[in-house]
Design a protein around this ligand. Structure first.
Ligand code: ATP
Length: 596
């Protein structure tokens, strides 16, 4: 429950509306209680006047008495109707305040979580899967909203109603109150237990429903494979098994519910019987009027639904508490990448690694050992090495996705940690190994990293990334939507759109993390030559497996098992006849074989 304390700041923010909601609850209940009193008066009136009416049985004035009598009953009836109407109006206001507040709080929480997510480092995203992140911002928030809105509303309503009704009942007759309310505690216990069973069973159903939809979704996505292998019948049988389980669980719940409602009604019935019996005894003793019995029966019926809702409210609160705990776990995760000095100066592009070591926090894999090198402003530094040798890790450290475990990384002779992440990353164009494009227009994908842009800039970036002609070949050109509802780009096209996205930023430092692998050598050469022009006076870090990509670099670092084993220009490294040379020979041979 203490987890829910975190919501107090939101309650405080909307305190005035909540107080108003509370007032509306009270007023609506006031109008809810009055009809019982009117019924009592009407009931007494009827029972008293019926004798009078009978007394005039043989007189002409009986008709007159009937007319007055029926008019009075009609007025009572209309008053009850009016009260119900007024109650309805205030119930509307109550929902308009409390439920609206819950929606506003839901909106605030979602924004707060999302903003916090943005601050968290890449390591956090590696640790937690996407489904979990999504769940906390959707499912968990909506469970919390059920507490903030409906649960709280019903709770306040129940408390106010109980206070009003029970105090009225006690003021009429204590003995009758005790007897007629006797079954209520039993009802409360049953409701609580049955509700937790219903909750558990509903969760089981939900779980199976999710299994069923995952199964269906997968079979739809893999339909081509399914048909190619002729597995339709087997899949149909698997689907039936899953469906059968869903049906079984649903029936299970229906059985509990079928038992639940009649039990509650039985207890209400017992309560009514007790009221009539004890009420009758009390009427005989002259302690109450027959109208009071009718009044009590109305009260009991009025208490039944709030009583039933109490069990539901309890489970809502329990669920919200569990969800809020999950939300708090994330909200209390502190961003690992923070600036030490909040330096916001323009970055020129000099990069220096001084004895940098790096171990991935979750796996404990040491990806970099004692890395030292310098990339002067305007230099083209290439990194080559076997898979898993630590190339991407170097790129990740330059973009400050992670911090070095030991050693120092300097940008323009200052520790990278001194800069704000905004000033650092705004100076960088990063093309990651795995291309990610949004289901959006191509132009928006290219301009993703810039706030304002001219169309011509997008075209220029696309030209430099040698993807302009491909895009223009689509019927809608740069306005073409890509992704699920649009066209699918080829691997090489995707890589080049991703490169254009980095180029349009006109960054001081550009990092290509093996992003030319799906591009043919001729196009690659063209891209690199364009890049050479765009990046004059700026720093380029290019990671590749192919010697052809990097042979023009001013400095080549050869990486192996997290260490730099060779450094130099292409010519120097060839002369050295070491690992680089072997790699070069091997790739030349492969190329020749391909040509033959
Ligand atoms: N996010 C991560 N968490 C844990 N370990 C990682 C992570 N990313 C990479 N590693 C590990 O760090 C080592 C270096 O990986 P890195 O991705 O830097 O290699 P690479 O040279 O870029 O490889 P490739 O050429 O295949 O992309 C590998 O052993 C890899 O398993």
């Amino acid at each position: 429950m203490k987890e829910l304390k975190h919501l107090n700041k939101y309650f405080y923010k909307y305190r005035y509306r909540l107080v108003l909601g509370f007032i509306f609850v009270t007023i609506s209940n006031f109008f809810g209680v009055i009809p019982a009193k009117i019924i009592r008066i009407a009931f007494n009136l009827v029972s008293e006047n019926i004798t009078l009416y009978k007394l005039y049985a043989d007189f002409g004035s009986q008709k007159g008495i009937y007319s007055i009598f029926s008019k009075t009953v009609l007025i009572f009836g209309l008053t009850v109707l009016l009260m119900a109407l007024l109650r309805g109006v205030f119930l509307f206001f109550m929902r308009q305040t409390i439920i609206v507040v819950s929606r506003l709080i839901e909106y605030d929480i979602k924004n707060d979580i999302y903003a916090h997510y943005q601050d968290l480092s890449l390591a956090f995203y590696r640790r937690n899967n996407t489904g979990d992140l999504m769940n906390r911002i959707t499912e968990d928030v909506s469970r919390v909203r059920m507490y903030v809105g409906p649960a709280l509303m019903y709770l306040i309503n129940t408390i106010v109603l109980f206070l009003m009704v029970i105090s009225t009942m006690v003021s009429i007759n204590l003995k009758l109150t005790v007897y007629s309310l006797l079954p209520l505690p039993i009802m409360a216990v049953i409701i609580y237990y049955v509700n937790s069973i219903i909750h558990r069973k509903s969760e089981h159903i939900q779980e199976q429903l999710s299994n069923l939809s995952t199964f269906t979704q997968e079979t739809f996505s893999g339909m081509r494979l399914l048909k190619a292998y002729g597995r339709e019948e087997q899949i149909q049988r698997d689907f039936e098994v899953q469906s059968e389980e869903y049906k079984r669980r649903s029936m299970n719940l229906a059985r509990v519910q079928a038992f639940f409602y009649p039990t509650v009604l039985l207890l209400v019935g017992i309560s009514v019987i007790l009221t009539v019996y004890i009420g009758g005894v009390e009427v005989k003793s002259g302690n109450i009027t027959p109208g009071n019995i009718a009044e009590f029966i109305v009260y009991i019926n009025q208490l039944t639904f709030p009583m039933m809702s109490l069990g539901w409210v309890t489970s809502l609160i329990q669920r919200a508490s569990a969800s809020q705990k999950r939300i708090n776990d994330f909200m209390h995760t502190r961003p690992e990448i923070v600036s030490t000095e909040n330096l916001k100066i323009k970055i020129q592009g000099r990069i220096e690694f001084r004895n940098v070591n790096f171990t991935y926090p979750d796996t404990g894999i040491q990806a970099l050992k004692n890395i030292s090198f310098t990339a002067e402003q305007g230099e083209f530094v290439a990194i080559i090495g076997r898979t898993g040798s630590g190339k991407s890790t170097i790129a990740n450290l330059i973009a400050r996705m992670y911090d070095a475990t030991a050693g120092e990384l300097l940008i323009d002779n200052r520790n990278i940690r001194n800069y704000t992440t905004e000033s650092l990353r705004s100076a960088m164009g990063f093309v990651p190994q795995e291309v990610f494009l949004f289901s959006d227009k191509i132009s928006n994908n290219i301009a993703f990293g810039v706030d304002r842009f001219e169309k011509e800039e997008v075209y220029e970036a696309a030209r430099n990334a040698v993807v302009y002609d491909n895009i223009m070949a689509f019927p809608k050109g740069f306005e073409t939507t890509i992704g699920e509802r649009g066209i699918t780009l080829s691997g090489g096209q995707k890589q080049r759109v991703s490169i254009a996205r980095a180029i349009i930023k006109k960054p001081q430092i550009i990092i290509f993390d093996d992003c030319l692998s799906a591009v043919d050598t001729k196009t690659e050469e063209e891209i690199l030559s364009n890049l050479g022009k765009v990046m004059i006076g700026k720093t380029s870090i290019i990671i590749s497996h192919r010697v052809s990509t990097i042979k023009n670099a001013t400095k080549i670092l050869v990486l192996d098992k997290g260490e730099i084993i060779e450094t130099g220009t292409h010519e120097q490294l060839i002369e050295k006849k070491g690992t680089y040379f072997d790699l070069y020979e091997k790739q030349l041979l492969e190329e020749e074989q391909l040509l033959n």
